[in-house]
Design a protein around this ligand. Structure first.
Ligand code: 0O2
Length: 232
């Protein structure tokens, strides 16, 4: 079964040279696409598993008479463009196996909460589940990136149960507050903005860093206010 793009192209060429029928050609395409379709299906299934876990926790917290900690959940499968940029920047071999082993955020889930304490509480409950294996944790809330980026990142492996097998699939979970999410989406726009004059880029970067620091203070103050309200 061809795995790399070059192998697929070589095979398509050899078939077309042999004057194949339309059906043979479509069968051949389907056969070659299958490994790729399977590859992304596993990640979509893993996203479903993890999303459900957070939805269940959200429901359960509200049963305790507390408000729901999660404002919203977003999920995505990494785009081909983003995968290919990572392959190049990290010099990853061009095979599905190498991509699976080296890129940990092909499946991504973002859990957005109002309060920082809820993020850590949700993360703890989630990581205690016995089918979740923590591979890597990066706490950019306690240790923000120099540009001001804040979020709690968990790279986990979750089992998905298929017809004849159980597969462990890696998923990146990003937990952040609404303020952190608002900031990250604006900063993301700046990161992909090409051809900005250097001085303008520097000015916007500084301005965003200042916004990140200010909104972190807001997050802390809102948390303090909620703690006081709930302790009375
Ligand atoms: P996209 O478009 O979201 O897919 P690693 O392999 O762990 O050494 P990596 O993958 O860069 O390095 O890990 P990191 O730093 O944990 O970042 C993973 C993801 O977090 C990014 O994915 C972003 O979604 C988000 N992120 C990290 N740093 C920043 C930042 O400074 N600003 C913003 N807006 N988002 C950030 P991708 O692949 O970069 O992008």
């Amino acid at each position: 079964m061809p795995q790399t793009r070059a192998e697929v192209i070589r095979q398509i060429r050899s078939f077309s040279e042999a004057d194949m029928t339309e059906t043979e050609f479509l069968n051949m395409l389907e056969e070659n696409m299958l490994p790729l379709q399977q590859f992304f299906t596993y990640y979509r299934c893993a996203i479903m598993e993890i999303e459900t876990k957070f939805k269940v926790l959200n429901e359960q917290f509200s049963l305790n008479g507390e408000s729901n900690p999660i404002e919203f959940i977003q999920s995505r499968i990494k785009s081909y463009g983003s995968i290919s940029r990572k392959i190049i920047s990290k010099n990853i071999p061009r095979t599905l196996e190498a991509i699976e082993n080296n890129i940990h955020d092909i499946a991504g889930i973002r859990v957005v909460c109002s309060f920082i304490q809820d993020i850590y509480r949700l993360a703890d409950c989630f990581l205690q589940q016995d089918d979740i294996t923590l591979i890597k944790q990066k706490d950019y809330i306690r240790n923000p990136k120099p540009n001001g980026y804040r979020s709690l990142h968990l790279i986990v492996a979750v089992p998905i149960f298929l017809e004849n097998e159980k597969r462990l699939v890696k998923v990146e979970v990003q937990l952040r507050t609404i303020a952190m999410d608002f900031w990250a989406s604006l900063e993301h726009k700046l990161r992909y903005k090409k051809n900005l004059p250097h001085e303008k880029l520097e000015l916007l970067t500084d301005s965003l860093k200042q916004c990140a620091d200010e909104s972190a203070l807001w997050d802390e103050r809102m948390q303090d206010i909620r703690n006081i309200i709930e302790s009375d």
